[in-house]
Write a protein that binds this ligand. Structure first.
Ligand SMILES: Nc1ncnc2c1ncn2[C@@H]1O[C@H](COP(=O)(O)OP(=O)(O)OP(=O)(O)O)[C@@H](O)[C@H]1O
Ligand SMILES: [Mg+2]
Length: 258
């Protein structure tokens, strides 16, 4: 196997006394789509925030192409090729669509290639070109999600961290967003680390998946195996999904499917 593009090793993150990540390890290869599934409060957002440098982990390591980035600042991490598309989009509502996109390129000084990438984003999301001068806060939820992904692309990332890109969108729009994510991955060879609660939709596009529960990984494996697994079906029916006793048990008999 080739060396992973991103590797997270035994990562622990806290919020004051609250332990949110209890030793997370995972890898993402070049041009791979990996999904992290888990119910509310499992620690998915905390994991992405720790990778993008928004939150400083207490323990463990994060490597990009073999180099540790665990103590780097968020802008240094963006510059090295990691773009974080946060949960709930977080576009700048009073700025225009165009200015939001340009904010995504704030670490870059190569104006010509920024202009080229802007046109590229417009190709994938034509609605953003139509609405370039409109305030971002007046876009629909789906359009704001497209803008958030487009803004991430403007950093020219090697890997995108997408936090629940389907959250709050209609099933039709979720399908559309995932179709574009797959296309971006295929055309531009951008790796994707996607956090989702909607297991089926994420596993359909992903190569591999991890399931998180109370700050730990309890299942991992290839997507088609996870999709067929009765354990995963049971998990997502919510039986004890975030109950400490069940979580401990599942973690102890953690399963790996290859
Ligand atoms: N700013 C914070 N201060 C204190 N505790 C926090 C903070 N943010 C998250 N937590 C706690 O850390 C744990 C993990 O939260 P996180 O947001 O990472 O979960 P999540 O898997 O993304 O959930 P969701 O699916 O609801 O977005 C939760 O117990 C949460 O209450
Ligand atoms: Mg979250």
């Amino acid at each position: 196997m080739t060396d992973p593009l991103l590797s997270v090793n035994n990562l622990e993150s806290h919020y004051g006394p609250v332990v949110a990540l209890r030793g997370i390890s995972l890898t993402v290869s070049t041009a791979e789509i990996v999904t992290i599934l888990g119910s509310n409060g499992a620690g998915k957002t905390t994991l992405l925030r720790s990778v993008s440098g928004v939150l400083e982990p207490h323990k463990g390591d994060i490597r990009l192409k073999g180099n540790s980035i665990v103590r780097d600042r968020p802008e240094q991490i963006v510059r090295q090729g990691i773009a974080h598309v946060p949960q709930g989009r977080e576009v700048f509502p009073l700025l225009s669509v165009l200015d939001n996109l340009l904010m995504g390129a704030y670490t870059r000084s190569d104006r010509k290639s920024v202009e080229h990438d802007l046109q590229l984003v417009y190709q994938y999301f034509p609605i953003l070109a139509e609405r370039a001068q409109q305030r971002a806060g007046t876009l629909s939820g789906g359009q704001q999600q497209m803008l958030a992904i487009g803004r991430g692309l403007m950093a020219r990332p090697g890997i995108m961290l997408l936090d629940e890109p389907g959250l709050g969108l209609s099933p039709l729009l979720v399908t559309e967003i995932y179709r574009i994510i797959e296309k971006l991955n295929r055309d531009l060879q951008v790796s994707m680390l996607i956090v989702e609660q909607n297991a089926t939709v994420a596993l359909r596009v992903a190569n591999r998946g991890y399931v998180m529960e109370l700050g730990r990984i309890v299942y991992e494996g290839e997507s088609d195996r996870l999709l067929r697994s009765d354990d995963i079906k049971e998990f997502f029916l919510g039986r004890g999904a975030n109950d400490e006793k069940h979580a401990q048990k599942r973690w102890k008999r953690k399963k790996t499917w290859r």
